[in-house]
Design a protein around this ligand. Structure first.
Ligand code: ADP
Length: 514
């Protein structure tokens, strides 16, 4: 029997679905608590046998041990990812088939959402409700990029030469190295990896040392989803620097996507310059949160709580510097203080908890030193301002401070903790100048019901993401990223795929149109 090419393609897709359904039904009970890294479709220990412990920051108990890998295993991962990139099972499949693989993965992520949330809360401490919200947020990127995978279109451009056509293709970059932080152990892996896979790249991921378990769980689900061996690799380590340098210097790596501190981001940028590598960086912020007198104050307080206290203030888009117009300052502060003091603090797995622990000792030490510095510069504590050792070693009280000097570190740098610094202002010009005085330009928020002011201020704020009358602006459809020292490149939306594609121009001559 002779089948047409299109029938063949449809059959390939249904074969993918059939094989996924077979795998899926037999593995829905598979444990997602993994102890090995995932390289080339195999679950592996470190060659040396070394491991490192992962602790629950709520009680400091060890919840897992994973391989402590080195450049030896990272090189192996690059080798298998390179091989997989050129293998017909990945290189030759259609966009629709790639999309199907991502959809398979998405189905499993949704199906195992509560298990993933449980792992996330255990390793990074965030309240379970926030982990469940992160499952939905992370999954939305897989869903979005599964859809986008089918729309990585080229162009046919009108040529200025007779008998020639100008074709433009978008091709996958190649092997992409992804380095992710601990504050969104699932969403940031998925936001990068789903875009890379949709583009046709293969990936080697180095998750944060505090939170490797969520990433390994996602690797397990990628395996069940039938994503071919070598396409999605995870290397675990607590010694990131040599592996980061390997990623920068190896010609096998075509692109690096990093989320983390500005210092490490700049280092990776410099190290990658030798090979003029594509680098996408999502770095720290120092978001202003402005409340104008025209704002709905009840909504502004709600927005402030969301913008500040998600993940105990440990997010790069967290509002750091709060500015409130003088005429509404007292009203805003009164309402805000009441809500801050009502927050329930405790281990993330406990029912109703809204604020979990900080992720590790280094973060706590940093926050305490920031507070000490601010108080030495005459800041005043309105509420909180305490290390809550009776709850656990890493708990810090949700805090409001006022009278913060512009030279204080807590004002100039990213706080990464549950502390609000509140400042009064009089005019729009004054507050916009203060808001823009930071070199970190990731996100900014403001509340206003004056339409003229909304457009004026949204345009004047020097940030990549502006939240107007909202405290949470990120979504899969939109571009996420900063300006100035907050990074280069964008994730999410249709922009996210561009980071993982190259443009190829084909000049097709010798045509007989004349
Ligand atoms: P944070 O201070 O929030 O932990 P980092 O920038 O130190 O931010 O860490 C973010 C991610 O970068 C983590 O996965 C970490 O292991 C990794 N990392 C840290 N230093 C380096 C480095 N020199 N090269 C590559 N990755 C690094």
């Amino acid at each position: 029997m002779c089948i047409t090419l299109s029938t063949f393609c449809r059959m390939c897709n249904s074969r993918l679905i059939r094989s996924f359904l077979r795998h899926k039904s037999s593995t829905t009970k598979t444990s997602l608590w993994l102890k090995q890294a995932y390289i080339g479709g195999e679950w592996l220990d470190a060659t040396s046998g070394a491991t490192f412990e992962v602790r629950n920051p709520a009680n400091m108990k060890v919840i897992g041990c994973v391989p402590n890998m080195t450049v030896v295993e990272a090189q192996k991962a690059l080798d298998v990812a390179t091989k997989a990139f050129y293998a017909p099972e990945w290189r030759q499949i259609t966009a629709r088939e790639r999309s199907q693989l991502l959809k398979n993965w998405n189905t499993l992520i949704l199906q195992r959402g509560t298990d993933l949330a449980d792992i996330m809360t255990a390793e990074c401490g965030k309240p379970l409700t926030e982990s469940l919200a992160e499952v939905a947020y992370g999954q939305s990127f897989v869903e979005w990029f599964a859809e986008e995978a089918r729309r990585i279109d080229g162009q046919l451009i009108a040529s200025s030469m007779r008998n020639q056509e100008v074709l433009v293709l978008r091709e996958p970059l190649g092997v992409a190295a992804l380095i992710t932080p601990w504050n969104f152990p699932m969403a940031l892996v998925l936001r990068k990896a789903a875009a890379a896979l949709a583009a046709g790249c293969t990936v080697v991921i180095k998750p944060a040392e505090d939170t490797p378990l969520t990433c390994l769980a996602l690797a397990k689900l990628s395996e069940i989803a039938c994503i071919p061996a070598g396409v999605f690799n995870v290397v675990t380590t607590n010694k990131a620097a040599p592996i980061g340098d390997l990623f920068c210097r190896s010609p096998q790596v075509c692109g690096i996507s990093f989320t983390g501190s500005t210092e490490v981001g700049k280092h990776l940028f410099r190290e990658s310059a030798g090979l003029l590598k594509r680098v996408s960086l999502e770095l720290g912020g120092n978001a202003p949160f402005i409340v104008f007198e025209s704002a709905d104050i009840v909504e502004a307080v709600k927005g402030a709580m969301v913008a500040k206290f998600r993940n105990a203030g440990q997010t790069c888009v967290t509002a750091n510097r709060f500015y409130v117009q003088s005429s509404v300052y007292d009203n805003f502060l009164k309402q805000l203080q009441a809500q801050v003091e009502a927050l329930k603090i405790g281990p993330g797995h406990e029912q109703g908890v809204q604020i979990g622990p900080l992720v590790n000792r280094a973060q706590l030490k940093r926050l305490k030193s920031f507070m000490k510095d601010a108080l030495q510069r005459h800041a005043k504590v309105v509420c909180g301002g305490k290390h809550l050792q009776d709850i656990g070693e890493l708990f810090y009280a949700p805090t409001i401070i006022t009278g913060v000097d512009r030279t204080a570190r807590i004002y100039r740098e990213e706080v990464f903790g549950p502390v609000i610094t509140l400042t009064k202002f009089d005019t729009e010009d004054e507050v916009v100048t203060r808001a823009n005085s930071s070199l970190r330009g990731l996100s900014g928020y403001f509340f206003s019901r004056d339409l003229q002011q909304v457009f004026r201020v949204a345009r004047r704020l020097e940030v990549g993401i502006v939240g107007v009358n909202v405290g949470l602006a990120s979504q899969a459809e939109a571009p996420f990223g900063g300006i100035k020292e907050s990074g280069v490149g964008r994730e999410g939306g249709h922009f996210g795929i561009e980071e993982f594609t190259e443009i190829k121009y084909i000049c097709l001559g010798g045509l007989k149109y004349d």
